[in-house]
Structures are given as structure tokens and as C-alpha cells.
Ligand binder design. Structure first.
Ligand code: KG4
Ligand code: ZN
Length: 360
């Protein structure tokens, strides 16, 4: 078929809802399908989680040692409708109580994003409520506001996950300045790649963390790339290669590879660099609040390192519980509520964007 699709009747656009309506009782249904978690949540007033259903695909991808996009998209198709039903039941509401639908528009895997966005738009159209397309990275920032009643902007945010490692100066809702980030691998990606090389289960981050607690962090002095470079960027690709080269060298000499020591030494290198850059960023903006979010926020070494430094420098550290650190729809619903309050509804014509930037 040539040319654009022409609809016989226009899709409803809900753009005239008075902003004052978005009070503390509004109910937003959030949908997150950007990667390998199908998640649906109901959040009241942008801060109160009524339900946060998370169907993880980790087992499906485990045997491949990483996420397979085609499998992820298919799994979202199967899991999404039951997750929506479950989220409504747990929140003890029906579709007709919902005031708006927020879904992750990007960044992420295009096939996965499409599943959530198509479903969210359909529900919004039928219910005649606004559709709000949320940036996944901005969503992560809101996990801190959900988990911690005292947490407020401005704050420096360290978003550290399998797909992203960025430091953001969050001055207010929707007002972000990118301070720095990885110039190559995301921190979680480095954890997963090192773990895979060491023959550990996927995802490797939690496994390395577990083994690191049993090993000596000073057994091997791995490089701390960029630590003395001015600015807030980090690089983890060289560290990953250094670990691989070190293990190969031991093996070639038939020396024992103590996995616990390798894990602890690798983790110590990541933590040293990331804690230094993060505290430098907080000092640079003159802030007194730090938000930690993303899957690697679960790392015990990183949490401990940041907690110590924040305490020493009088910085208030906010760390969400694990289920809000990793991908979830509650953070998407919370972010969507803040956007709706500013009138930022999304057209039903909007397409998901796998490369959607945090700052346009
Ligand atoms: O936020 P997330 O669920 O998905 C992305 O958006 O990437 O993060 C998953 C990442 C994986 O790379 C996983 O290995 C890492 O977070 N991770 C950890 C830990 N728990 C999860 N990395 C280090 N230590 C952990 N305890
Ligand atoms: Zn994420």
C-alpha cells in the first residue's frame, strides 16, 4: 500500500482537560514494556502506588545470555493484558476509574515499546482519557519520588542500569541537565559481560555482587578509567577488557582463578569511579540531594560507597527499594502524572522512539 494510512474518522485527542483536575486523587495506569519486564501499575496522585505488577522475562532470555529482542516483544504481547487485569484487581479499581494512561515511549527495544504503546493508546482512546508518552529515563528518576516521601527536586540523579549510566542535574519536573555519563558500556552492561565471561548466570550483576562479598576487593588492582579526568563521564569498556585479560593470563599460566576475588576487585573499580564522579557532580551543582536509580542501584558496594560519602558531606541520599530500582510501571505512572499536571499529553499519532533522548 502506498502513502500514509488515512483514518476514516479522527482518533479522539484529549487535550482540553483542566490541569487543576490532576489532584492527589487522580488515578494513572502506567505501562512499561521497553526492555524485558512487562509491568503495569496504578498510581494515585503521582506518589501512592496502588499496584505495581512486574512480569519478568529473565528466564526466557537466560539461556541466550542476553536479551533477544524478538523474544522480548512476543513475551510482552502475551504478558501485557493479564498484567493490566492484575494491576486493576490489586488496585481494586476498574478501567472506568482511570484518569489517564501513561506508557514508555522510549528509549528501548522498538518491538517491545510498540506493544505497550499500542495497548496504552487503545485503552486511552476507548476510555477517552489522555495518553501520556513517558521517557523511560525520566521515569527512573521518579522512582525516588515514589519511594521516599521526603524526596524532592532539585537533586543530582545517578541513573545506573544495564542500558544507561548517566548523571543528571534534575532542577525540577521536566527540567534536566545532563552532567555526564558513560562514553561506552553502561555499568550494568559491564557487570553482565564480565559475569558472562566468568561463566555466571544471566543477569550477572547480582551474581557478581554476591560473589564480591566473599572476595578480596584489593586482590587485583583493575584500572579506574577517567577517575582523574575533569568532568563526570565514565568508561567501563576498558575495565571489562582488563578483567578478561587478567583471567586469561592466569589461565595461560595455569594459576588459580579465584572468582570471588575477581568479582570483588572488578566491583571495587566500578564503585570507586562511580562514587567519585557522582560526588564530584553533587559538589559541582552545589546540591544537597542525591537520587540513585536503575538496576545497578541494587549493588551493595555502590550503595555503601555512596551512603558513606553522602553522610560525610551532608548530602541526602535517596535509594528506592529493589522493585522500584529495576524497570517498573509505577515510575512511569508517577512521571506521567507529573507530565499531565503540566498539560503534557501525547498525541495518539505519536510513535515510540527507541533512541528517545532525556533532553531533546
Ligand atoms: O534497570 P534495569 O532492570 O534494566 C535496564 O534498564 O537496564 O537494570 C538491569 C541491570 C542489569 O545489567 C543487572 O545485571 C544490573 O542491573 N544489576 C546489578 C545488580 N542488580 C541488578 N548490577 C550490579 N549489582 C547488582 N546487585
Ligand atoms: Zn530501565
Amino acid at each position: 500500500m502506498e502513502g500514509d494510512v488515512v483514518w476514516s474518522s479522527p482518533l479522539p485527542q484529549v487535550e482540553d482537560r483542566p490541569l487543576g483536575d490532576w489532584d492527589d486523587s487522580v488515578l494513572i495506569l502506567g505501562i512499561e514494556t521497553s526492555c524485558d519486564e512487562t509491568s503495569v501499575a496504578v498510581v494515585r496522585g503521582g506518589r501512592e502506588i496502588l499496584s505495581n505488577v512486574i512480569a519478568s522475562q529473565t528466564e526466557l532470555h537466560g539461556e541466550y545470555g542476553g536479551i533477544v529482542p524478538e523474544i522480548a516483544a512476543r513475551a510482552h504481547v502475551e504478558a501485557l493484558s493479564p498484567a493490566i487485569r492484575e494491576a486493576l484487581v490489586q488496585a481494586d479499581i476498574t478501567f472506568w476509574d482511570v484518569d489517564g494512561i501513561a506508557a514508555t515511549l522510549g528509549p528501548g527495544l522498538i518491538g517491545s515499546l510498540l506493544v505497550g504503546v499500542a495497548e496504552a493508546k487503545s485503552i486511552a482512546a476507548v476510555l477517552e482519557v489522555p495518553f501520556i508518552g513517558v521517557n523511560h529515563l525520566e521515569g527512573h528518576i521518579y522512582s525516588n519520588l515514589l519511594a521516599d516521601p521526603e524526596a524532592t527536586f532539585p537533586a543530582v540523579v545517578l541513573l545506573i542500569s544495564g542500558g544507561h549510566t548517566i548523571l543528571v542535574n534534575a532542577r525540577g519536573h521536566g527540567d534536566y541537565q545532563l552532567l555526564g555519563g558513560t562514553i561506552d558500556d553502561a555499568a550494568g552492561e559491564a557487570f553482565d559481560k564480565v559475569a558472562r565471561f566468568l561463566g555466571l548466570e544471566y543477569p550477572g550483576g547480582p551474581e557478581i555482587d554476591r560473589l564480591a562479598l566473599l572476595g578480596d576487593p584489593e586482590a587485583v588492582r583493575f584500572p579506574r578509567a577517567m577517575i582523574d579526568v575533569v568532568g563526570f563521564d565514565v568508561s567501563y569498556s576498558g575495565l571489562k577488557t582488563a578483567v578478561i585479560n587478567h583471567v586469561r593470563k592466569l589461565e595461560s599460566r595455569a594459576e588459580e582463578v579465584v572468582v570471588e576475588d575477581i568479582a570483588a576487585s572488578f566491583q571495587a573499580a566500578v564503585v570507586d569511579v562511580q562514587v567519585k564522579k557522582t560526588m564530584d557532580a553533587v559538589r559541582h551543582v552545589g546540591g544537597d540531594a542525591l537520587f540513585l536509580c536503575g538496576g545497578v542501584a541494587a549493588n551493595s558496594g555502590l550503595r555503601q560507597g555512596l551512603a558513606e560519602q553522602c553522610q560525610r558531606h551532608g548530602v541526602r541520599l535517596s535509594v528506592p527499594p529493589l522493585e522500584l530500582c529495576t524497570d517498573n510501571a509505577a515510575m512511569i505512572a508517577a512521571c506521567g502524572t507529573a507530565m499531565a499536571r503540566r498539560g503534557l499529553y501525547t498525541s495518539l499519532d505519536a510513535a515510540p522512539d527507541p533512541n528517545l533522548p532525556l533532553i531533546a
